[in-house]
Write a protein that binds this ligand. Structure first.
Ligand SMILES: *[C@@H]1O[C@H](CO)[C@@H](O)[C@H](O)[C@H]1NC(C)=O
Ligand SMILES: *[C@@H]1O[C@H](CO)[C@@H](O)[C@H](O)[C@H]1NC(C)=O
Ligand SMILES: *[C@@H]1O[C@H](CO)[C@@H](O)[C@H](O)[C@H]1NC(C)=O
Ligand SMILES: *[C@@H]1O[C@H](CO)[C@@H](O)[C@H](O)[C@H]1NC(C)=O
Ligand SMILES: *[C@@H]1O[C@H](CO)[C@@H](O)[C@H](O)[C@H]1NC(C)=O
Ligand SMILES: *[C@@H]1O[C@H](CO)[C@@H](O)[C@H](O)[C@H]1NC(C)=O
Ligand SMILES: *[C@@H]1O[C@H](CO)[C@@H](O)[C@H](O)[C@H]1NC(C)=O
Ligand SMILES: *[C@@H]1O[C@H](CO)[C@@H](O)[C@H](O)[C@H]1NC(C)=O
Ligand SMILES: *[C@@H]1O[C@H](CO)[C@@H](O)[C@H](O)[C@H]1NC(C)=O
Length: 264
């Protein structure tokens, strides 16, 4: 690049740097995946899986939740997908597309796969998924390259923020159980938080799931001084950061209230 700058205009060099240094969205946002390794699937299961994964992205219930099942008996394939509550339709679709490819790569021949991305979750299994609270396995993601000077930040600022968001998310309906917020700590740093449950579970399961993952994170990382973190289960997840990482969009119900407020 240093040699190039002597011969090429600077804008062209910048274009080169941009093209070769910008990671793609999917690599950036992929978090982890889990596979069920008990047994390899049969050819009928594979056929059903292919059908399921090709139909699933077309089953949006309206606010980023998808479900589709194919087959009977031992060859049943159930699937769900959930986009983060603030992500729009096109970003949601592209995340699902990436996750389907990822699932096939990471879990070849497996009857169960869960793929976690910062923007969406995809799960398929021969077991029932809808309406079931799956309490394991946890995935923790911590930003370990940056640390806060405030050692009590998690207990004093982050946990109360997330606790406040639980009730808001759980009050959501069968289309969306999602909440975001922010809270400024004693060191004047603002923490941004997000919690979400799959909307097919009842309020009580959503509350139990979120209380549990916040507790699990707190016993493992309260003292790590991490400035950001994520905990994932197939049924619920949370994330917090010191910067706004979600889009500010009033939920559909709120928009009407704002309009009524303006015109009423
Ligand atoms: C995925 O999760 C497993 C188990 O929690 C962990 O050992 C592994 O490091 C994670 N991988 C990535 C890419 O974070
Ligand atoms: C599944 O298939 C792979 C190769 O296709 C093989 O290596 C593996 O042992 C099989 N696992 C089981 C549990 O049968
Ligand atoms: C299912 O899809 C995979 C990946 O797209 C493909 O490799 C495989 O041949 C398909 N299998 C069937 C039975 O259609
Ligand atoms: C959806 O969100 C992405 C990311 O913010 C943005 O680039 C895109 O323009 C949005 N699309 C629509 C249709 O609003
Ligand atoms: C997702 O994949 C489908 C089918 O492969 C394709 O038609 C669609 O354009 C893709 N959507 C996005 C947003 O990448
Ligand atoms: C799913 O597949 C596993 C492995 O073959 C099997 O043990 C289990 O009973 C299956 N579950 C259902 C609901 O069919
Ligand atoms: C922080 O939260 C308050 C409400 O508690 C809200 O009015 C404000 O817009 C939020 N700020 C950001 C940047 O999200
Ligand atoms: C699952 O999909 C069916 C249609 O295939 C729909 O009637 C049902 O409401 C969906 N369930 C949930 C919990 O979204
Ligand atoms: C923070 O919370 C954890 C888990 O509840 C607890 O073990 C720890 O003692 C608390 N730390 C402080 C400084 O209060």
């Amino acid at each position: 690049m240093v040699i190039l700058t002597q011969k090429l205009p600077i804008w062209l060099v910048l274009v080169f740097i941009y093209l070769f240094s910008t990671p793609t969205f999917s690599q950036n946002d992929f978090l982890n995946s889990t596979c069920e390794t008990a047994a390899n699937y049969t050819s009928t299961f594979e056929k059903n899986l292919n059908t399921t994964l090709s139909v699933l992205p077309n089953t949006n219930s309206g606010l980023g939740f998808f479900n589709y099942s194919t087959g009977q008996g031992i060859d049943t394939v159930n699937s769900i997908a959930l986009c983060r509550g603030d992500v729009n339709g096109s970003e949601c679709q592209s995340c699902l597309n990436d996750s389907i490819v990822k699932a096939r790569q990471d879990c070849p021949n497996q009857m169960e796969a869960t793929v976690y991305d910062k923007r969406c979750l995809l799960k398929y299994s021969n077991q029932t998924i809808l309406g079931k609270y799956q309490p394991k396995p946890y995935h923790f993601v911590v930003e370990d390259d940056q640390f806060s000077s405030d050692k009590d930040r998690f207990n004093i600022t982050v946990k109360p923020l997330l606790d406040d968001l639980i009730a808001k998310a759980a009050a959501g309906d069968s289309l969306l159980k999602f909440a975001t917020g922010n809270k400024t700590g004693s060191d004047y740093t603002t923490i941004y938080g997000l919690v979400q449950c799959t909307p097919d579970i009842i309020s009580r399961q959503c509350i139990d799931c979120l209380i549990d993952i916040i507790y699990q994170f707190s016993i493992n990382f309260w003292s790590s001084r991490t400035v950001g973190g994520i905990t994932l289960l197939p049924t619920c997840n949370f994330r917090f950061e010191t910067y706004p990482f979600f889009y500010e969009r009033p939920p559909p119900g709120m928009r009407c209230i704002i309009l009524l407020g303006l015109y009423g």
